[in-house]
Design a protein around this ligand. Sequence first.
Ligand SMILES: CC(C)(COP(=O)(O)OP(=O)(O)OC[C@H]1O[C@@H](n2cnc3c(N)ncnc32)[C@H](O)[C@@H]1OP(=O)(O)O)[C@@H](O)C(=O)NCCC(=O)NCCS
Length: 158
Amino acid sequence: MELYIKNVDPQTIQRELIEIYKRAYKGWEEYAYRMDRSIRDYIKWLRKRAPEGFLVAFVDGKPVGFIAVDYNWIDYSGEPIGEIHELVVDPEFQNRGIGKRLLLAGLDVLQRKGHKKFKLWVGKTNTKAQSLYKGFGFREEELRNNWIRMVKEVNNLK
Ligand SMILES: CC(C)(COP(=O)(O)OP(=O)(O)OC[C@H]1O[C@@H](n2cnc3c(N)ncnc32)[C@H](O)[C@@H]1OP(=O)(O)O)[C@@H](O)C(=O)NCCC(=O)NCCS
């Protein structure tokens, strides 16, 4: 299996990305957009916020997952944050370390933009993603409705 991760304009592979997103969130719809149109607009929004932060994982040339990180994000407290908006891996390709590789690549983009503090929202019952983030040194910061805010500071680098 040949894996590589690169920054792409999602519009060029929009259909594939929508299908990956839908398959990845199957059974977790409460945490996701459901309609193709909403997913397409969401992907567009992600790219627009931070063009260099949209990274796609390819296996043997085929897209299998993506991460969207945002180096322009200002948190509600007014603090600039390296925000991780989205991370998905096609179920068929999960549990092979691709999620970790994408997260590592996303954090690298944020660090190169000067960020030392990273945050994300994760579904309260999404323990798999939570374990992944905890393994990277993220800790729980707050709970809001069905979402947990997680934070990691660069001096906690593992
Ligand atoms: C979360 C997601 C991106 C992980 O992708 P992945 O490619 O399977 O992840 P990896 O193979 O790199 O696994 C990374 C870590 O996940 C955790 N993990 C994997 N399977 C797990 C399981 N069944 N239970 C708990 N933790 C698990 C482990 O911490 C694992 O690290 P380890 O291998 O050192 O134990 C993927 O499951 C996904 O797309 N989920 C649906 C979308 C989603 O929830 N995204 C997160 C939004 S905040």
